[in-house]
Design a protein around this ligand. Structure first.
Ligand SMILES: [Zn+2]
Ligand SMILES: [Zn+2]
Length: 139
C-alpha cells in the first residue's frame, strides 16, 4: 500500500546484500518486457518505484547493464554472492530506484496497479484479474 512515511527494506536470498528506501511508493507495476523475462528467467517482473534519494545498499551488489527501451542503460542490480535480482537504477530516470518486489521483506508493500509490455507476454503467463494491461510502456 502507498503511504508517505513507510520504511521499505529488502534483500537477497543469501542475506549478504540488503537495501533500505523511504516511502512513498511512487508506482507499482508488472513488467512483461522481453528484457525483464531474460534477466529474471520468469514471465514478468514486479517493479516498485521509490525515490533514489534515501535509498541505500549494504552488501556486495553488482550492476548489470543493457540498453533499455529508452535507449539509455537499464541497470539491474543483483547480489554478487547469490545473484538474486534486487533493484534497478535506470539511467533514463536518475531520480528513481525500481525495486523488484520479490526481494521485499514485507510483501504487502507491493500492490500491482498496472501491467506493461503485455504485447510480449508469454502464452503461459497471465495478467492478474483487475490489473489494467498496456501493450507498451504503462502511462
Ligand atoms: Zn545474496
Ligand atoms: Zn521490463
Amino acid at each position: 500500500m502507498t503511504a508517505a512515511a513507510i520504511r521499505i527494506t529488502g534483500g537477497c536470498l543469501c542475506g549478504q546484500t540488503r537495501y533500505q528506501a523511504n516511502g512513498p511508493v511512487l508506482f507499482s507495476l508488472l513488467c512483461y518486457c522481453v528484457d525483464c523475462q531474460k534477466a529474471s528467467g520468469t514471465g514478468h517482473v514486479p517493479i516498485m518505484g521509490v525515490a533514489r534519494s534515501g535509498f541505500t545498499v549494504n552488501g556486495p551488489a553488482v550492476a548489470s547493464k543493457s540498453i533499455g527501451g529508452s535507449g539509455r542503460m537499464a541497470v539491474r542490480n543483483f547480489c554478487a554472492r547469490c545473484h538474486s535480482l534486487l533493484f534497478g537504477t535506470p539511467e533514463a530516470a536518475p531520480d528513481l530506484v525500481t525495486i523488484y518486489a520479490g526481494s521485499l521483506d514485507d510483501s504487502h508493500l507491493f500492490t500491482p496497479q498496472k501491467a506493461q509490455f503485455t504485447r510480449t507476454r508469454q502464452a503461459w503467463d497471465s495478467v492478474p484479474a483487475g490489473v489494467p494491461a498496456y501493450e507498451e510502456a504503462a502511462p
